[in-house]
Design a protein around this ligand. Structure first.
Ligand code: SF4
Length: 253
């Protein structure tokens, strides 16, 4: 057990951003499995974001119950400025007023910036109307999913070893559903190791040719922000929260 811990890396953590595409971020993390998991959980459930938390229903003549309307409103991602998250964070007031016929969209909310303006909330028929007063506050995902800023997953960094060159390399390459291999000059080569999802189909089909393992101290992370914060902001804030918690823990010993 101790040996395994040593293998997983007792030295400092390292992080390297690989690429970003809109709200999506891919990065490399070097450290132990508990460290990787702590980062994942902190990003998902400890980084504060804004969400609608109270809905005052002045009028709702739509077909939707007040509670369902409030639930939908709570899940609308709101642009969040972390500078506002002080020791006494503010409660922001906003409103939503609309008459039918037509859809009520997230962009109809006044007083706060929504991430996506075209999220339909409810359809109003002729003569129907909603008048709502909204209270918005900071919260964390641990408290309610509406305060979660992102989806974040990781996998062990794949280590693919070609044990010997096969007589028919195309057959090995074809087994891989992720197109990790390519054949160059009739030789099997690893084209894109990061695409490997460690399914081991290649190893199970050609055990003499390929060996696949996941590194125990290197991880490929994928994060998708729901838009309240930039993915890099979530990562930095998660790191700050982790450091603060570790300091609090060590000073309490
Ligand atoms: S483990 Fe699966 S994804 Fe990875 S190289 Fe082998 S077949 Fe492809």
């Amino acid at each position: 057990m101790q040996e395994e811990r040593g293998e997983e890396g007792e030295e400092g953590m390292k992080l390297e951003i690989l690429r970003k595409d809109g709200n999506e971020l891919w990065f490399l993390f070097e450290g132990s499995t508990p460290q990787a998991n702590a980062l994942r959980r902190t990003a998902m459930s400890e980084v504060p974001v804004l969400a609608i938390d109270e809905v005052g229903v002045v009028k709702n003549s739509s077909v939707m119950y007040d509670e369902i309307l409030a639930h939908r409103l709570g899940l609308i991602p709101l642009k969040t400025d972390l500078k506002l998250h002080t020791k006494k964070p503010p409660v922001i007031k906003a409103s939503l007023k609309k008459k039918g016929p037509g859809y009520v969209y997230s962009g109809d909310i006044k007083g706060v910036e929504v991430v996506y303006e075209n999220m339909p909330i409810v359809y109003l028929e002729e003569g129907q109307e909603v008048i709502l007063e909204l209270k918005i506050r900071f919260g964390i995902g641990k408290e309610h999913a509406k305060f979660s800023p992102c989806l974040i997953t990781y996998k062990r960094y794949p280590k693919i070893t070609i044990l010997k060159q096969p007589t028919k390399p195309e057959k090995v390459a074809m087994v891989c559903p992720k197109e990790v291999f390519s054949v160059k000059d009739k030789k099997l080569t690893v084209k894109d190791v990061e695409k490997c999802d460690l399914c081991k189909a290649c190893e199970e089909t050609f055990p003499d040719v390929v060996k696949v393992d996941g590194k125990k101290d290197k991880f490929l992370f994928y994060m998708e922000s729901w838009g309240q914060l930039e993915p890099e902001e979530i990562l930095k804030e998660a790191r700050n929260i982790l450091i603060r918690k570790l300091k609090e823990f060590s000073s309490s010993l």
